[in-house]
Design a protein around this ligand. Sequence first.
Ligand code: SF4
Length: 448
Amino acid sequence: MNILLISPERKRKREEAFLFKLGFLNLPYIAAVTPRDIEVKIVDEACEAIDFDEKVDLVGLTAQTPVAPRAYQIASEFRRRGVPVVMGGVHASMLPEEAIQYVDSVIIGEGEISWPHVIEDFRRGELKPFYRPTAKVNIKKLPLPRRDLLNEAHYFPLKLLETSRGCPHKCDFCGVSKFFGNRYRNRPLEEINRELRILFPKDSAMNPIGKRFLSLINKDLPHFLKRRLLYIIDSNVVPNRRFSKELFTLLKEYDLLWWGHAPVSVGFDEDLLKLFSESGCIALNLGFESLSPRNLMAMKKGFNKPKKYKEAIERIHAHGIGIMGTFIVGLDNDDETVFDEITDFVINNKLDWALTFIMAPCPGTDSFLRLEKEGRILTRDWEKYDSLNAVYKPLLISSEELERGLRKIWKRVFSLSSIYRRIIKGPRIHPLFYLIMNWQFYRLTRSW
Ligand code: SF4
């Protein structure tokens, strides 16, 4: 039996092809819980074309909201050829009744529990329309993801690792707690260690003499050349302090560079910052979201305190850790001044990299329900829910102003003078890494 797992992709503009691709772990985890007697293949449509005439018995699709329409097209192509299609992922989980119009079965929620049942039922010719697990996945018992099914050559040479799932917060624009549950679940440290040993064999680190020599040119060069780069994909690398302390003490043994997501408040935890720095933290991805306390309260992220942003940034930088910031515009208290305000904040505080998005009220989130109730949703063309389009009516500015303003932020943040101020003249934290990160967006925004 052959199964094809597909990560769909929309048609992108040519210049966007320049942006790095990071890969993913969701389908490799699904492949890992597939019975061993089945041949599994993963196709990432962002990197390779789908062969619709390939002889497969079953197709599995996953999709976030902006790629859902493409997922439905793919499903129709396979079903036209008589191949049944199962769809999971966030969008299908939030709108199962929509998804079932295009596929044979929908997996609601995390897929690892339901997938083996789907296969059993498929073998018996009794696929059900919906699979909804009664409990969350016990991630302590998950097998390691089948990374061998992804073509490494397609991706930026870093490894992805998941150490926990879930989030106890309820930010109204975010689907993480709805999909993964509202408490953190951590993997056991021994399991993480086992995975790290495979991803970064200790004997593959650069020898000390070579490392010292290359470090004279740039201290990160040995890690780049030896591909000892790790991205921890968790929603928060500090689900609890004790776990994080143990995790990053463990990472110290691996001689690598890593980045991950953390709350802004981590800037005030000196012990953790020290440990992050010692374990090779190259960047913390901080969701600042807004500089307006009223916006933050409204989105239920009032635990972010804009008054403390500057100090948090300085403290993190003082530990030699760069900051990747994310912001959202188009919130109910945003007027036309928000674009310059965010841009100036990013440049003046020398954020090493920063992306701003238009709020995307994806189906299933509280923001979607609220805006729908208020009659402000402008379109249900899911492709536009990519955080670059205004899909709802903002309160204080027009949708056109919002889209124009977003582009203005990107152009100014990734202008040469901004890159110079933030990276070259600025605190010069891991400049090689951040020049690469900023340069690709400079290239993208030049074509606008
Ligand atoms: S934005 Fe971050 S903190 Fe808020 S719910 Fe999502 S994952 Fe949790």
